[in-house]
Every structure is written in C-alpha cells, then in structure tokens.
Design a protein around this ligand. Structure first.
Ligand SMILES: Cc1cc2nc3c(=O)[nH]c(=O)nc-3n(C[C@H](O)[C@H](O)[C@H](O)COP(=O)(O)OP(=O)(O)OC[C@H]3O[C@@H](n4cnc5c(N)ncnc54)[C@H](O)[C@@H]3O)c2cc1C
Length: 435
C-alpha cells in the first residue's frame, strides 16, 4: 500500500505515522522548507521563535500519546499560564492555576459581571461533557447567533469588552461579531487548566520527531491530485522541476481552499463543506530581544477596545523558560486580520515598526533592543467560526468521505494541535479500511 500525504503539519504527520505503523509505504509532501506547518519553530541567532502554536494541553490525549511514543516527555515543560487582560491601559492578571480565586480577586470585572459569569457555569459544564477536540460539530446547538449578540442578550458590555472579546481573539484569532456563540463556551473550558505544556526546543519538536520516522519531502509543492480508478496521481514541483508520481491512496491535509484547487475530482461532501470554510489571514511578528521584560504575564490579551490592531502578546521567559540566552527573550505579537491585510505587502522592517508602535503603550519601547525579527504571513491561520459554521461542520462530519483512495484531514473540524492530530489519525484509519 503506497500512500501520499500532502502537508507536514500535525494532521499530515500524524496520519503518516499511523499509516506507517500499519505497514504502509508513506511519502509526505511539504511545500515549506521545514516540517510543522502551524506549529513551526524558527531558530535564529540563539532565539527559538514559535511562529504558530504555543501550548500543548494536558487534555490533548492523542497528542500526548504520540509525545510519549516518541520518547519526548523530557522535552515537555509544565507551566502555569498567567494571562493579562487589559482595561484602561492597566494589565489585570488572571492565574489559570487557580481560576476561581483569581476571578474573585480581579479588579478587571465588577461584582455584577463576575456573578453573571458564574451563572454560566452549568451551561459550560454541560458542554464540557460533550467536548470533543476532534469534532467541534457539537457546538451546532449554540451556533445561531454571534458571540457579540450573545453578550448583548445574556451578559453585559463590560464582560464583552474586557473578557469575552480578548479570549475569542487569542483562541480563534477572530472578532466577536464574526464568531459563533458556541465558541465562548468551548473556550471557557480552557480557563480551567491548572497547567499547560510547552516544548523546551519549540513546538515543532513534535513534528520534527514524527518526521524522523517517516519519509518527508520538504520543498515539494503539490500542484494537482488526480484520482484515477484505483490510484491517485500527484504532480508536484521540487527544486524547480515538475514531477509526477502514482500512489494507491492520498491524504490531503492542506487548508481547505488549497485542497479545492488541488483536487479536480474532490468528493461532494468535501467540496460543499470546504467552500463554506472562510480562512482567517494574519501576521505573527517574532522579536528576539536583548533584554527581559519586567512583566509577570505569559500572554497579554488584546481587545477591540484597548488595542484594536493587536490580538495577543506572548512573553517567553514567562511562557517558555530557557528559550534564549541569559538576559535575552522572545516576544511574539499576533496581529489582527484587518491590520495584517493592510500591511501584507509592506516590507518586513516597516511591518515591525508599525507593530512596535501598537504595543508601545503595553510593553514599553523595545525598538532599541530588537536583535532579531521575523514576520510570518499566514494565508490560513485558522477557519472563521462564524455563526452557522458549526452547523455546516456537524452536517459535514456526518457526510464526510470515509471510504476511498482520496481522503482529507486538518484542523477544520477541531481547532488546535489535538484537532489536527485526531483528524489525521482518523483519515489514516479510514484509508487503511478502504483497502
Ligand atoms: C498563531 C497561532 C497560534 C496557535 N496556538 C495554538 C496553541 O497554542 N495550541 C494549539 O493546540 N493550537 C494552536 N494553534 C493551532 C494549531 O497550530 C493548528 O490547529 C494545527 O497546527 C494545524 O495543523 P494542520 O496539520 O491541520 O495544518 P498545518 O499545520 O497548516 O499543515 C498544513 C501543511 O500543508 C502544507 N501545504 C499547503 N499547501 C501545500 C501544497 N500545495 N503542497 C505541499 N504542502 C502544502 C503547509 O505548508 C503546511 O505545512 C495556533 C495557530 C496559530 C496560527
């Protein structure tokens, strides 16, 4: 059984890993020069910069199973995420190791707002029982209005501006008017985590270890995938040369819009659903600084009200210790989609200058201490979880192609590393079952 996997992100690599364990002859095609996709860590001048995912949750059962199978437990560092929420220019910490105590004490929200939030607990607990990282289709029942409308109807403006909007921004890279209200309940689950994992040498350590077990062709951009009777023919470009290869089956893990372009004979369920997936496009700016910031927080969450162009600031010694030389640190800025689109074609140095001016009131002037900067432009950072998305997803998950030589995976059904891993594993199981 000769199988091609397109994309060396967590979905593709976990699919390839399972297929290989089942005895398949697997080749992974990856257009970038390195593996990891949206978990990519760039290492430059002594700085390790996560350009995508920053955390692995202890609740990621399948990801943690792979980590342990690969013998990577030593690379995991347990950290207590300390989030900072902005209000009137002040940063209010919330310690997720003790969320209850932290919420009671915080001056971020009024007593009335805290009470309102507490009243949501039964609903959140109900959803927790149905939570499935691999299928967010369970949110379909809460998918009829936007998070912003839900806040106006059930909560209040204060909760929306200083709490809900920031957590939608950091997790879904989205705005509340464009986010389905189900996402709020889903995300509140993450606030209960007493600790979280980071990887000593960067998040892409997992992808790199997986790639060590499998044949991966980096720098290979697939241009077309043709399903022909009992085989699948790939056309791809590598080192400026165009090549073709025939496989018994293929799993595609590119973003949905690319999958639509690559596969002229894409099955009907995928064709319908992938056309409904709207990508969020945004920029991540990684800064290697020659000093440490005098802040306690591991992440500072932006908001429409306080920092309209900024989604989040990730501060590394507090998030991921030991990532850079003594006295140095990495700070990562996630910018909004609107801001990113405006500056998309602007040279990197200019982009960095603009970004530094956005964070000046929050972290101070660090322009003179930037030793290294890296601008990552992502055409597909995640799907837009608009109201109606989860109903479409639920429909798709029931109809999706499971039996065939051409299958699809990715984090469109469950956001995050675990969603991608579960999707990859499930496609591998389906592919094996198709023979
Ligand atoms: C800024 C940011 C922060 C995040 N933080 C977290 C976090 O802390 N924790 C968490 O769990 N998740 C986080 N996520 C989400 C997580 O990174 C993703 O859900 C997950 O990595 C997606 O994996 P994937 O394999 O589905 O897709 P990808 O990682 O995007 O992999 C797809 C791969 O396909 C390749 N490809 C595309 N087109 C072609 C082609 N034509 N030929 C060959 N290859 C191609 C791409 O280069 C890419 O490597 C974050 C995401 C972002 C953007």
């Amino acid at each position: 059984m000769k199988i091609a996997v397109i994309g060396a992100g967590m979905a593709g690599l976990s699919a390839a890993y399972e297929l290989q364990k089942a005895g398949a002859d697997v080749t992974v095609f990856e257009s970038a020069d390195a593996v990891g996709g949206r978990t990519l860590t760039r290492r430059q001048s002594g700085f390790q910069m996560d350009t995508g995912a920053i955390y692995v949750s202890p609740g990621y059962t399948q990801t943690n199973r792979i980590i342990s199978e690969l013998g990577l437990e030593q690379a995991l560092v347990k950290v207590q995420p300390k989030m900072g929420f902005l209000r009137d220019g002040e940063c209010h910490p919330l310690d997720l190791a003790s969320p209850g105590k932290s919420f009671v004490k915080t001056r971020l929200l009024s007593f009335t707002s805290k009470l309102m939030l507490a009243k949501l607990l039964p609903r959140i607990l109900k959803l927790w029982r149905n939570i499935n990282f691999g299928n967010m289709g369970s949110l379909a029942i809460y998918d009829h209005e936007s998070t912003q409308d839900y806040c106006s109807r059930v909560l209040n403006q204060e909760l929306h501006d200083y709490f809900v909007d920031p957590i939608i921004r950091i997790n879904m890279l989205n705005k509340t008017h464009a986010s389905s209200s189900g996402e709020l309940f889903w995300l509140l689950k993450s606030l209960g985590a007493p600790y979280i994992y980071v990887l000593t040498n960067g998040t892409s350590t997992i992808a790199e270890a997986l790639a060590g077990e499998i044949e991966v062709l980096t720098g290979s951009t697939v241009g077309e995938i043709r399903h022909e009777a009992d085989s699948v023919k790939l056309t791809y470009t590598r080192n400026d040369a165009s090549m073709s290869q025939v496989f018994d089956g293929c799993i595609v893990t590119t973003p949905p819009d690319i999958a639509l372009q690559l596969c002229p004979s894409i099955p009907k369920p995928e064709q319908t659903f992938f056309r409904q997936v709207q990508p969020i496009k945004h920029m991540v700016i990684s800064l290697g600084l020659s000093r440490i910031l005098p802040l306690q927080e591991s992440t500072i969450l932006g908001s429409e009200k306080e920092s309209p162009n900024l989604l989040t600031i990730v501060i590394d010694p507090n998030r991921a210790p030991g990532r850079s030389a003594q006295g140095h640190t990495v700070v990562t800025l996630w910018m909004t989609e609107d801001w990113s689109r405006q500056l998309w074609d602007t040279p990197d140095d200019e982009v960095v200058k603009h970004a530094l001016s956005e964070v000046l009131p929050i972290i101070g002037d660090v322009a003179g201490e930037v030793a290294v900067n890296l601008v990552t432009r992502s055409n597909y950072s995640c799907f837009k979880g608009y109201p109606g998305y989860y109903q479409n997803l639920d429909h798709y998950m029931r109809a999706k192609t499971r039996d065939g030589r051409l299958l699809f995976a990715g984090d469109f059904a469950g956001i995050g590393i675990e969603g991608a891993v579960i999707s990859g594993q499930s496609a591998a199981t389906d592919m094996i079952g198709s023979f």
